[in-house]
Design a protein around this ligand. Structure first.
Ligand SMILES: *Cc1c(COP(=O)(O)O)cnc(C)c1O
Length: 381
């Protein structure tokens, strides 16, 4: 089969193998009459808790809402500060802002794209109430020093694990190391749902209880509100469909890891990539044994936009995550802080290329060929 295009992801193809089970789950929910929370959600939550090796897993309406709820549970006051990376998806800091606290942006590391623990330490202050490490693109952030800093000062750690379900830090699954963990089932995430949905995790009984209250307007009994929560519930349909997909997640993760290894092998063999910047393409550093590769993000220090256009012409899906760091967003100008040179550099240099589990080795080769031909052509110029 000759390849003429490679999408960044293809959810229809990705879900095809499970079509019958998914249809059966749909029908079951349709005929159950229980469309919000209920037994389907409880079954899915138990499966997630076991998979993530955490005590509590709480299904919620989205990854963004998981972050907002984790912050609401801290009862933040105006003037309180929450440290988070600037180089991340908008929701990380958007949730901080919505919680009433001030986002304090920290810089990232150029090799893993994750937040820099030394900059976290520099930006700690008397009003710091929480730190949000983001496990960006599927690799765990360097949690050790962050947990140490936080614990010694009584600061909460909220893991933004939206892109990293199943990723591990020194052998422990993310989401279970901080006070709470936030996951997303947005269709482009590794466990992609069929609409919006998310999950909160915690090892702490009291916090989990509070999060369950926040999920339904701050009360566990109807019409009794201990705190002000919201409607952060997950639909039974999402839970039932995701429960079909969860047992296949490890197989999908293995496919993503194999794709990543293939990119590495091919681009290094062709002499166009290195890990340190000598070549046109800089490969992402592998620091943890279980990187789940929600994205495969390369750095192209000299001609990123030209490579993006070249791949586009060949009908290869690619994307810039993220073109503008959060401290430079118009809505955050009042809290921007100073320059963050690595975040700004990454915004100029990163390019995500296809890595979805449903793609074939031949499709990854097609992308490799296009990257290699671009680099060789640019070399001759
Ligand atoms: C996707 C994502 C979110 C938000 O999840 P939604 O389910 O889309 O609300 C938060 N943080 C990061 C890092 C993400 O990638």
């Amino acid at each position: 089969m000759t390849i003429s295009r490679v999408p960044l992801l293809d959810p229809v193809r990705g879900n095809a193998a499970l079509d019958q089970q998914l249809m059966a789950a749909c029908a079951r929910v349709l005929h159950s009459g229980r469309y919000i929370l209920g037994p389907e959600v409880e079954t899915f939550e138990a499966a997630c808790a076991a998979y993530l090796r955490v005590k509590h897993a709480i299904g919620v309406s989205s990854g963004t809402d998981a972050l907002l709820m984790a912050l609401m549970a801290l009862d933040l006051e105006p003037g309180d500060e929450v440290i988070c990376p600037s180089f991340t998806f908008f929701a990380t800091a958007g949730s901080v802002w919505r919680s009433g606290a001030k986002p304090v942006f920290v810089d990232s590391l150029p090799d893993t794209f994750n937040l820099d623990p030394r900059d976290v330490e520099r930006k700690l202050g008397p009003r710091t109430r929480a730190i949000i490490p983001v496990h960006l693109f599927g690799q765990a952030a360097d949690l050790g020093p962050i947990l140490e800093l936080a614990r010694s000062r009584g600061i909460a750690v909220i893991e933004d694990a939206a892109q990293a379900i199943g990723a591990e830090y020194h052998g422990q699954r993310v989401g279970g190391l901080g006070d709470s963990g936030c996951f997303s089932f947005f269709p482009s995430k590794n466990l992609g749902g069929f609409g919006d949905a998310g999950l909160l995790t915690s090892q702490d009984d009291a916090l989990a209880q509070k999060l369950r209250m926040l999920r339904t307007h701050g009360g566990l009994k109807t019409y009794e509100h201990k705190v002000v929560g919201g409607n952060f519930r997950i639909d039974a349909l999402q839970a039932a469909l995701l429960a079909v997909k969860l047992p296949h997640l490890d197989q999908d993760t293995a496919a993503r890891q194999a794709h990543a290894q293939h990119y590495r092998t091919r681009l290094v063999a062709a002499g166009v990539a290195s890990g340190d910047g000598g070549a046109p393409v800089v490969l992402p550093a592998l620091k943890e044994s279980r990187h789940v590769f929600n994205q495969f993000v390369i750095r192209v220090p000299k001609r990123r936009d030209a490579l993006r256009d070249h791949l586009g012409e060949k009908n290869i899906g690619c994307a810039v995550y993220y073109p503008l760091p959060l401290h430079q967003q118009p809505c955050f100008q009042a809290v921007a802080g100073g320059a963050l040179p690595v975040a700004e550099q990454l915004a100029r240099e990163v390019l995500a290329v296809p890595i979805a589990a449903e793609l074939t080795r031949d499709e990854i080769d097609f992308v490799c060929d296009a990257i290699i031909s671009f680099c060789k052509r640019a070399d001759r110029r």
